[in-house]
Design a protein around this ligand. Structure first.
Ligand SMILES: [Zn+2]
Length: 157
C-alpha cells in the first residue's frame, strides 16, 4: 500500500468531505486541477459566439467572458508572442487565420493595448502579464477588434 513516499506529515489531517485530495495538496496533480483547452483541442466546432472564457496562455487570467466574440476567418500575420511585448523587433511570427471578432473593447475582462503600430493599429496584450500580441485592431475602427483564436486558451469558468 505505502509506496515508499513516507507517511503524511503530522501537520494535520484533512477532514473527510472537504473535497480536497492529498494529491492536490502536495502539488502532484499538475494537469487535472484546472481545465484549460487550446483552440485546436476544442471538441466542438466553434460556431456563433464564444461559449467558453478566453484565457491568457501565460498567466491564465480571463481575457473575455463567453458570448462576446464571433469567430471569423481572416488572414493576418502577427509577431511571435513574447512576454512584455515591445514593438520593434519582429522578425518572426505566425500567419493566423481564425480570430474572434469583438465589437467593443468594453467587452473584454482583461486586456491591454500596445502603442500604435504602423501608425494605424494597436496590438492586444494581456493586461496582467503583458504577453502578446494576442490580437489587434485598427485605431480608426474601434468596433472591430480581433483576438487570435490560437493565442488564447479556453476555460469553462
Ligand atoms: Zn497574462
Amino acid at each position: 500500500m505505502a509506496e515508499g513516499a513516507g507517511e503524511p506529515s503530522a501537520s494535520g489531517q484533512i477532514p473527510a468531505g472537504l473535497g480536497i485530495s492529498a494529491e492536490k495538496l502536495m502539488g502532484q496533480s499538475k494537469s487535472s486541477a484546472e481545465e484549460f483547452v487550446d483552440f485546436k483541442d476544442l471538441s466542438e466546432p466553434q460556431e456563433g459566439t464564444n461559449k467558453l472564457f478566453l484565457v491568457c496562455f501565460n498567466c491564465k487570467c480571463k481575457v473575455m467572458c463567453p458570448g462576446y466574440g464571433t469567430l471569423v476567418e481572416k488572414e493576418r500575420f502577427l509577431p511571435s508572442m513574447t512576454e512584455k511585448y515591445k514593438i520593434g523587433e519582429e522578425p518572426k511570427g505566425d500567419d493566423l487565420k481564425k480570430f474572434w471578432l469583438v465589437k467593443d473593447m468594453f467587452h473584454f475582462e482583461n486586456v491591454g493595448f500596445s502603442k500604435t503600430v504602423n501608425g494605424t493599429e494597436q496590438f492586444l496584450i494581456c493586461a496582467d502579464c503583458e504577453i502578446g500580441p494576442i490580437g489587434w485592431y485598427d485605431i480608426q475602427n474601434k468596433t472591430e477588434i480581433y483576438v487570435a483564436a490560437e493565442r488564447v486558451r479556453y476555460a469553462t469558468k
